[in-house]
Design a protein around this ligand. Structure first.
Ligand code: FES
Length: 154
């Protein structure tokens, strides 16, 4: 069940959209803000609230890569794997992150502090390789500078 607060926040967005269904991404973001991720139950509830099938909502959620359909850690690291970052060494950066965190891409650390996920171009190609940690963009990454960057995320 969507909480009253979630419903209120979703309803508050309604005037900005022509159709209720167009609110889907915004509604998913609101659910994720409250729960950290979007469960199957939440997909169903958002669908009921907006007049969409769970499949339609799930398609939107799956397409939008900042909506998490599985439980994630307190902080989510998205390492860009598009061409500029790849040419400039994102693989080595990701390998180093895996080594520091003891996880593979797609996994969450045992202490639930970090989840590591790939993402397409972050629009920071002039500072490739780049990654997003939560809402913070970090560029000019190297295998040597990523560990210090993670220290601020507790
Ligand atoms: S290719 Fe990585 S930020 Fe554009």
């Amino acid at each position: 069940m969507l909480s009253e607060e979630e419903k209120r926040e979703i309803e508050a967005e309604l005037p900005h959209y022509e159709r209720r269904q167009a609110l889907c991404i915004e509604a998913l973001k609101i659910v994720q803000k409250h729960h950290g991720w979007v469960s199957d139950e939440a997909v169903r509830d958002v669908g009921e609230f907006l007049g969409m099938s769970p499949h339609q909502v799930d398609s939107v959620a799956t397409f939008y890569n900042l909506i998490y359909r599985r439980k994630v850690g307190r902080h989510v690291i998205h390492v860009c794997d598009s061409v500029s970052c790849w040419v400039l060494g994102c693989d080595a950066v990701q390998d180093r992150l895996c080594e520091i965190l003891g996880i593979k891409p797609g996994e969450t650390t045992d202490d639930e502090r970090f989840t590591l996920l790939p993402i397409p171009c972050l629009g920071a190609c002039d500072h490739a390789p780049a990654m997003l940690v939560d809402k913070d963009l970090h560029g000019d990454l190297t295998p040597d500078n990523v560990e210090a960057l993670l220290e601020r995320y507790t």
